[in-house]
Design a protein around this ligand. Sequence first.
Ligand code: GTP
Ligand code: MG
Length: 304
Amino acid sequence: MSLVQRFTQALSRTRHRLLQALQDLRGVSQEAALLEALEEGLLQADVGVELTQELLQRLRERLRADGSSSLEELLRAELRALLPEVPPERFPGHPTVVLLVGVNGFGKTTTIAKLGYRWQQQGKRVLFAAADTYRAAAIEQLQQWAERLGVPCVRHHYGADPAAVAYDAVHAARARGVDVVLIDTAGRLHTKTPLMAELEKVVRVLRKVDPDAPHETLLVLDASIGHNALQQAREFQRHLPLTGVVVTKLDGTARGGMALAVARVYGVPIRYVGLGEGVHDLVPFDPEAFVAGLLGRMPAVSRE
Ligand SMILES: Nc1nc2c(ncn2[C@@H]2O[C@H](COP(=O)(O)OP(=O)(O)OP(=O)(O)O)[C@@H](O)[C@H]2O)c(=O)[nH]1
Ligand SMILES: [Mg+2]
């Protein structure tokens, strides 16, 4: 399946919501009615109030300035312009250290398995670090993925300092000639030990081993929570040097429009997208394919 097909499939429910209002308008051709329907659709698809208003404002201006392009063409261009280019994967470290952070249940551990599989397929030697020492069964969950993939997994006991696990993992990786270390972290936001302080310490300790580590800090966001996920995860951005976002569970949700606001909120691009629970279900984010999947073949609407 091509990337466009995968995005088209994953975004079918979101697309349905976005286009429903326009579909209902078939035959109506007043610009105001079209824009109103589009506004409704964007809100339904969880693009968010702020960004929806901004998009509509820009569309109005462009419709005024450009008499020949269709609404669909202008909308495609505006949506595409919201999504920054995705930087290529790079592995500058020895080992390259990738830290995954995010609210609990959003998909960090599963994403580690998927990324581990992806990079293994590219011939890289991968190691997992079980630095979620907090949630019951978190270590076993990562260990199970590691066993399935045949990847070494550095683990301590529950309650251990996550920074110590990260530190040991990088040393073990060096000793074994591993290319990439993927660090799993806890996701709870409200407990006695502040998670952000704990994660900041992980970063500090990693930098003692390699001043450039972590080479990637990926924030994991759950698309099915929709726009709320952006608010819930804002703390991570304040405390950590994010380099990208992974949007999980895009499959099956009708809230995929939230992805459009991600770069705006965090100032970093979406790097990967999760489209299912298996190790194959991760694709690099592709702005063109995303917009193509989001809009599909829009119902024909005339401007006249
Ligand atoms: N459908 C679907 N399910 C996913 C995806 N990514 C993760 N999941 C599921 O979401 C659930 C939570 O995933 P985890 O990887 O355990 O999430 P986590 O962020 O590590 O959670 P904590 O360890 O509790 O902080 C699991 O049941 C996963 O199978 C995805 O892209 N699509
Ligand atoms: Mg986890």
